[in-house]
Design a protein around this ligand. Structure first.
Ligand code: NMX
Ligand code: MLT
Length: 428
């Protein structure tokens, strides 16, 4: 942990210097103007946040530090967490130090399991994940120390403690939710010799899952880790933590946002969509049939899951990485092939749909991942967003650690009424 903590400290020093220079260069410089359309339109395109863990370029996608998705796809999620927090990839000693750290902090409390086991049988796994994290809130190191009195400059250190405690328990918690909700409820013990993703793969206990599935989990947990600061879940988590609600509250809140079908739940919707095509048209469905299915879906007033994005204006590089994995391991799989066919037909349809209103007709991260999980026997779609959540917690943690380290204030933008806007228009 000392390697990580020292490097976060160095990163914070550098970020603070950069901010000092920015402020010296013009604290009052206008970065972005806001239109009436943006105020009523989900603040799309409004530049009003700083997030130093990652950046999404509309045309080249996610960048973490200096790296693109393509450059990070072979890494371990643990290394990505280090990168999110420090701006650089770790040296050779980090992984073993971090594994020891997580081993020491692992172990979901019995009261969390007891609580999860008494929930109604049809509770959504995302509710279970969010509740599972929230149930451990009273363990927060930040909260305990805040009550005793700590210096603002040290908030990030206690936030880091909470982050490590949650990250250590996450694979166990997620896999346990799967076993309780969809299997016989018997939990599988973690293996202290394995990495974070391989442990998750092990504890899910899918019959016949081997190295390839562990590799898919590793890729999955890398690709979903962070997507700058304005996406629903990360922003929610940051807003909650900005009130100094500890990370357990902030993570649970962020996960609640991720559970929406326009955000993280789209991955389960994508597989449902693919299976509906398969059921209607069979395994050998041709592109014309896929096209018709898409048009019928749009005519019914529904969105095409896995397509479109608030920021991206190209095919999501994360989608490309999943498709590359699929080409290698699932090329003959009917669901993977339907995902490919959708990629061939959907963008052209969305380009002209609603008079070209869809800002981005290209696939996002969710369009392919479900078909790969399904191929490996993970056929409970309700569980897919939990995997997204396990990975995205890395981003929530890193964003909040850095924000605390930079002493960022409570987030509280100004809202106005229709009357106020109308009067403003009259003035112009
Ligand atoms: N299928 C049909 N219509 C769409 C789609 C789509 N995939 N994407 C956008 N539109 C519509 C959108 O509903 C809106 O229509 P209206 O004005 O009638 O309400 C219009 O196009 C303009 O929306 P955009 O500005 O293109 O998109 P916005 O930034 O508001 O929303 C998404 C972005 C991602 C919410 C939207 O593209 C969508 O609903 N996609 C499908 C769901 C999805 O894949 N979500 C996952 C996103 C990634 N993630 O994991 O979080
Ligand atoms: C994400 O990964 O959070 C999604 O692509 C949504 C977003 O960035 O708005």
């Amino acid at each position: 942990m000392s390697i990580l903590r020292n490097e976060i400290k160095n990163n914070l020093t550098q970020l603070k210097d950069e901010i000092d220079q920015i402020f010296a260069g013009g604290r009052d410089t206008v970065l972005s103007e806001v239109t009436v359309g943006q105020v009523y339109g989900g603040m799309r395109g409004l530049t009003a946040l700083v997030c130093n863990t990652s950046f999404v370029d509309p045309y080249s996608g996610l960048h973490i530090g200096e790296y693109t998705v393509e450059e990070l796809a072979d890494r371990f999620p643990e290394e990505i967490f280090f990168l999110l927090c420090t701006g650089k990839l770790p040296g050779p000693d980090f992984l073993s130090e971090f594994r020891n750290e997580l081993n020491e902090r692992s172990g979901v409390p019995q009261y969390t399991w007891d609580m999860l086991r008494v929930l109604p049988k049809d509770t959504h796994p995302m509710s279970m994940l969010s509740l599972g994290i929230l149930s451990m809130e009273q363990e927060s190191i930040f909260k305990k120390n805040y009550l005793k009195g700590i210096a603002k400059a040290d908030y990030w250190k206690y936030t880091l403690e909470d982050a490590l405690n949650v990250i250590a328990k996450l694979p166990e918690l997620a896999a346990g939710i799967y076993r309780i909700r969809f299997c016989d409820g018997k939990l599988i013990a973690r293996d202290p010799e394995l990495d974070w993703a391989a442990n998750l793969a092990l504890m899910l206990g899918l019959p016949g899952s081997g190295k390839e599935f562990a590799n898919l989990m590793r890729l999955y947990l890398v690709l979903h880790c962070d997507h700058e600061g304005g996406n629903v879940s990360a922003f929610t988590s940051r807003v909650v933590n900005s009130a100094l609600s500890d990370l357990y509250y902030a993570i649970s809140a962020g996960l609640n946002g991720l559970a929406g079908p326009l955000h993280g739940l789209a991955n389960q919707e994508c597989l449902r969509f693919i299976l509906a095509i398969k059921e209607k048209c069979g395994d050998d469905v041709d592109e014309n049939q896929v096209k018709q299915f898409v048009l019928d879906t749009l005519d019914a007033g529904k969105v095409i899951p896995g397509y479109g994005h608030a920021v991206l204006r190209v095919t999501d590089p994360r989608f490309k990485e999943f498709m590359n994995f699929g080409k290698q391991y699932c090329a003959d799989d009917a669901c993977y092939q339907i995902a490919e066919k959708l990629f061939h037909v959907v963008p052209d349809i969305l380009k002209t749909y609603k008079g070209g209103k869809v800002a981005n007709p290209w696939p996002n991260v969710d369009a392919a991942s479900g078909s790969l999980l399904y191929k490996f026997g993970l056929n409970q779609f309700d569980f897919y967003t939990v995997l997204f959540g396990v990975s995205r917690v890395l981003g929530f943690c890193a964003q909040n650690i850095l924000a605390q380290g930079l002493g960022q204030p409570i987030i509280r933008p100004k809202s106005v009424t229709n009357k106020w806007v109308a009067e403003k228009l009259m003035e112009n």
